[in-house]
Design a protein around this ligand. Sequence first.
Ligand code: SAM
Length: 190
Amino acid sequence: MTKRISLTAQAHSIIDKHLTTGEIAIDATTGNGHDTLYLAKQVGITGKVFGFDIQQQAIESTDSRLKSENFTNNIKLFHCSHNQIQHCIPTEFHGKIKVIMFNLGYLPGSDKSIITQTDSTLSALEQAIKLLVTSGVMTIAAYPGHSGGDTETNAIEQWHQQLDCKQYHVKTIYSSEKQTAPRLYIIQKN
Ligand code: SAM
């Protein structure tokens, strides 16, 4: 039987090819900090990582994961919605961000009613894409299988389809053929 690779692992393997030491990355949904730590390791101590989450528990969990691996100095966590991304990221970094990760849905092992919401997600995506440097990459893991996630995924589907293909290269990886299967959108700025 072939082993299925998780969408997160696929996102990481794509980012591996684009993000390197000294660059700047954003985790738009830090959750338990797995992606934030991964990004921190990729950019090293000379790079920078910004993280966002609306839940205090997520920020604390991310912070302690980073501390346990001695990543702190070059990381800034914002306890706020990613729809504040343009406001929170210092203007000196606008247009210089190499990778932005969105891993939508709810915090695993926590309150499943606190989920990313269509309107704020779309607003965040609109703002985030403008922060990318040329050749920068944004990944969006979306989960249509839970209530609310279906509407959000449909909205992202429509949003990414209207992106200018001269400006952005877009690819979608589906975890299975099922309509409710999680999917990963990969957007690269040309
Ligand atoms: N990247 C995380 C990791 O590596 O553990 C997993 C993220 S989890 C699937 C989704 C997270 O999005 C939750 O922690 C949730 O609190 C957060 N979230 C929900 N709405 C948000 C918003 N408007 N802005 C930022 N984070 C949000």
